[in-house]
Design a protein around this ligand. Structure first.
Ligand code: 8IG
Length: 302
């Protein structure tokens, strides 16, 4: 006798990401509306009606948050509408509201996202740029996008911070939906790069090339990125920068070269080496980020 079929057997996984009305995954939902809901939760939980600047911390940058200012509140991303749980190595799923001592006595608030959703997680583009849209809805006029990446210039040793001057988006996708034409001529603000170089005049700059990942590049792909005009290879940032521009924010991109890109050095890439390089660079890039944020806030919006 066969048992009655009363429902899915326990070893068949329930669909995890079924889109309901109002979910980010539902095409009928306006992602900005979900970001506005997330910003409202942040305002309530942090006690700050608005924030001034947002930071997204990439691989190697996590330890820098403490140097930027005093953490006033921490909200797990899982408490915020639209944020999936974090998946990437070295990423922590929490948003901090950080009080930054202001020039002239006033304190500014920074929203620090200590995690990001990557395109390679396969959830689509909306979750990748949701933190950016949430930051915009929370009032941020400036966003600092950081990442860990591979470097094409052999003189950039592991732990070298590099300002992003421009990008090449090789993901074949966009955070913009429909016929939304956004000018990207000056996507990575020259004004903010100049402020960063006031902090550290030795900062080099380069063009960041985003691949989808999660595999690293082949040496031939790295050579291609170089011939295209790229200096840095990574798996994040470009879609976020585009969404930030759409939302009217000024963008500063800072990459941490944690490894020579494949084929540039004489050794294969090692994920642990990447983590170690980030850790070793922590104090320098933490001080850099803190000083840059202070200078950006003191200068005010463009
Ligand atoms: I950390 O060499 C880090 N992230 N695509 N290539 C790509 N992403 C990276 C790399 C790298 N290093």
């Amino acid at each position: 006798m066969t048992p009655p079929t009363t429902g899915p057997s326990p070893d068949v996984a329930a669909p995890a990401d079924v889109a309901g009305p109002g979910d980010l995954a539902d095409p009928a939902t306006d992602p900005s509306a979900v970001a506005a809901r997330a910003a409202a939760v942040l305002a309530e939980r942090t006690g700050a009606a608005r924030h001034d600047v947002a930071l997204v911390l990439g691989s190697g940058w996590q330890a820098t948050a403490d140097l930027v200012g005093t953490t006033v509140a921490q909200v797990p991303v899982t408490d915020l509408p639209g944020f999936p749980p974090p998946a990437a190595l070295g990423h922590v799923g929490v948003v901090r509201s950080v009080e930054v001592p202001g020039a002239g006595g006033g304190a500014h608030r920074a929203l620090v996202f200590a995690s990001r959703t990557h395109l390679y997680e396969g959830r689509g583009v909306r979750p990748v740029v949701h933190a950016v849209r949430t930051a915009a809805a929370a009032g941020c006029s400036t966003i600092v996008l950081t990442n860990g990446c591979g470097g094409l210039d052999p003189s950039w040793g592991p732990g070298t911070p590099v300002l992003v001057s421009d990008h090449i988006n090789l993901t074949a996708t966009s955070p913009l939906e429909g016929a939304t034409f956004v000018d990207l001529t000056d996507l990575y603000s020259a004004r903010l790069r100049a402020l960063a170089r006031e902090v550290d005049p030795s900062l080099p700059e380069g063009v960041y090339v985003q691949f989808r990942g999660p595999h690293y590049e082949t040496p031939a792909e790295v050579a291609m990125a170089g011939r295209m005009g790229g200096h840095l290879v990574g798996m994040s940032t470009t879609l976020e920068a585009i969404a930030a521009r759409q939302a009217g924010m000024e963008v500063l991109g800072i990459s941490l070269v944690t490894n020579l890109a494949a084929g540039v050095g004489d050794r294969p890439l090692d994920a642990q080496e990447v983590v170690d390089a980030g850790r070793a660079a922590g104090p320098r890039i933490g001080a850099l980020l803190a000083d840059v944020v202070r200078r950006v806030l003191a200068a005010g919006p463009a």
